[in-house]
Design a protein around this ligand. Structure first.
Ligand SMILES: [Zn+2]
Length: 197
């Protein structure tokens, strides 16, 4: 690709190199691989919007993995599992609709919110949240959600393709609960209570 190089002060051939970069995300140093366009002649780094965007997303992915934060797809997946709109899901979680939209397009949620959403994959946790936060939904929304919860609960009893995810979730919870010296049940209840105050 030919681009204008400010260093050479003219159009030059360019190439893409790969290097490790450190970015600061939420105050943490994150090392990730970046693709960078350089001038083939003087090797000056040139700004490339699409490469830059992909680099930032890659750094966020590393952050998510390192700190166990759900990906944008997983967050959307949990919401869609219950057939909820972004607005209704946001109401249930006591957060703004715009925030959910942002998390579903790549913004990184706080760990506590991410944990909360991860827990909601399990229909009985969604049920518990709905019971504690009933006034967040209108009658029709509540009715639809309860139906969906019941539907998913009966599917779960027959062991669905979500089995591995549930297994991972279980171990994740077990380890977290153990670390805090609690049972899974009280750990889950605490998270849900904390989020719904
Ligand atoms: Zn140059």
């Amino acid at each position: 690709m030919v681009k204008f190089c400010y260093n050479c002060d003219k159009e030059q051939k360019t190439e893409v190199i790969t290097k490790e970069e450190i970015s600061v995300i939420r105050g943490k140093d994150i090392v990730s691989t970046s693709n960078i366009r350089i001038c083939s002649v003087c090797k000056e780094e040139l700004f490339d919007e699409s490469l830059d965007e992909a680099n930032i997303n890659r750094a966020y992915d590393v952050y998510r993995q390192k700190y166990g934060i759900l990906s944008a797809d997983k967050i959307r997946g949990v919401r869609e599992q219950y057939g909820l709109s972004q607005r209704v899901f946001a109401n249930l979680l006591n957060i703004g609709e715009a925030s959910i939209a942002r998390y579903e397009t790549g913004s990184v949620p706080e760990k506590s919110l991410s944990n909360m959403i991860m827990l909601l994959k399990e229909p009985r946790n969604m049920k518990m949240l709905l019971e504690k936060n009933e006034e967040a939904l209108n009658y029709k929304e509540k009715y639809k959600l309860i139906q969906k919860i019941n539907e998913l609960s009966s599917q779960n009893e027959c062991a669905t393709s979500d089995e591995i995810d549930s297994y991972q979730l279980y171990h994740f919870l077990k380890n977290n609960a153990k670390r805090e010296g609690k049972s899974i049940q009280s750990y889950v209840e605490e998270i849900i209570k904390k989020e719904v105050v």
